[in-house]
Design a protein around this ligand. Structure first.
Ligand code: KIV
Length: 277
C-alpha cells in the first residue's frame, strides 16, 4: 500500500521524510525500490524532460501524462503531482477540476505554488477530499517572472510574511508545505510553528523532509546546477561515455558480436542455400 497522508503527517518530529521528483515509469520503479517516501511529479519535468526554459509552458495534459507513467511504477511511495501554471489560478472551480484530473491520472495528492493568497483555493480542493501540499518561498512559476532565482526570506519583513503564509496554508488544510530556497533560520521557524511537515529544497537541514529534482541527484541535467542540489552521480558523463563506446563499436563492426546475434540451425541453413542455388 502506498504511504498515506496520515503516514506522512505521523513522520513529523520522528523520521525525516524523503521526497524526489519522478516523471516516468522506469525511474518511478527505481525511486520506489530505494524506499523514497514521496514521489513528486514536479512541473520541473517541463525543463528536465521536455527542454523548456522554465515551468511556465507546462500543461495539464503533460502533467497527467507524467503522472500516469509514475503511478504505474510506484508501489509504496505516495504520489504528489504538481498543478502547472494557470491550472488553478483562474478560479476555484478550475482548481478543483484540474486537481481531480491529476488524481484520476494516479496522484494521491496535488501541490500548488502560492502563500496566503492561495488559502481559499487550497481549502476548496481539500474540501472535496483531495490532499494538498503547499509550496512557498521561491515559486518557480511566478518568481521567475518577477525577480529570477533568489534566496527567499532574507529580511525580517519577508520572513514574517512567509511564516504567515505557511500558517494560512496549514489552516486551509494543506497536509505539508514545500519550502524552496528559504533561509535556514526561517525554515526552522516555520517548521517549529507548524503541525504539518515542511519539505525543504535549498532550505537547510531543519525541515521535516527534503525534496530534490531527480535529474540533479543523478547528475543528468547540466543546464542549471543549483548550489543546494547534491549530485550523487554524474550520469550525464557516464551516458555520453557509454553512447560513444556504442557508436565506436557499430562503426568499427565490433557490435553486434555473435553473442548478440541469432543463428539458424546449420542443417536448415544448408537446405536454404541449396534451394536458393
Ligand atoms: O517541480 C518541482 O520539481 C518542484 C520541486 C522543486 C519542489 O516543485
Amino acid at each position: 500500500m502506498p504511504r498515506s497522508v496520515r503516514d506522512i503527517l505521523s513522520m513529523k518530529g520522528s523520521k525525516k521524510i524523503t521526497v524526489i521528483t519522478a516523471y516516468d515509469f522506469t525511474m518511478s520503479q527505481l525511486c520506489d525500490r530505494a524506499g523514497i517516501d514521496v514521489l513528486l511529479v514536479g512541473d520541473s519535468g517541463g525543463m528536465v524532460m521536455l527542454g523548456y526554459e522554465n515551468t511556465i509552458p507546462v500543461t495539464m495534459e503533460q502533467m497527467c501524462f507524467f503522472t500516469e507513467a509514475v503511478s504505474r511504477g510506484r508501489q509504496n511511495a505516495m504520489l504528489v503531482a504538481d498543478m502547472p501554471f494557470m491550472s488553478y489560478q483562474a478560479s476555484r472551480s478550475q482548481a478543483i477540476e484540474n486537481a481531480g484530473r491529476l488524481v484520476k491520472a494516479g496522484a494521491d495528492a496535488v501541490k500548488l505554488e502560492g502563500g496566503i493568497e492561495m488559502r481559499d483555493t487550497v481549502r476548496a480542493i481539500v474540501d472535496i477530499g483531495i490532499p494538498v501540499m503547499g509550496h512557498i518561498g521561491f515559486q518557480p512559476q511566478t518568481t521567475t517572472l518577477q525577480e529570477g532565482y533568489k534566496i527567499q526570506a532574507k529580511t525580517k519583513d519577508a520572513a514574517i510574511s512567509l511564516v504567515e503564509s505557511a500558517k494560512a496554508l496549514e489552516e486551509a488544510g494543506a497536509f505539508s508545505i514545500a519550502l524552496e530556497m528559504v533561509t535556514r533560520e526561517v525554515s526552522k521557524m516555520i517548521t517549529d510553528a507548524l503541525k504539518i511537515p515542511t519539505i525543504g529544497i535549498g532550505s537547510g537541514p531543519d525541515c521535516d523532509g527534503q525534496v530534490l529534482v531527480l535529474h540533479d541527484v543523478l547528475g543528468l541535467y547540466e543546464k542549471i546546477k543549483p548550489k543546494f542540489a547534491k549530485r550523487y552521480l554524474e550520469l550525464a558523463t557516464d551516458i555520453v561515455k557509454a553512447l560513444t563506446a556504442y557508436r565506436t563499436d557499430v562503426t568499427s563492426g565490433k557490435f553486434p558480436s555473435p553473442e548478440h546475434s541469432f543463428s539458424m540451425e546449420k542443417s536448415e541453413l544448408e537446405r536454404l542455400k541449396k534451394e536458393l542455388a
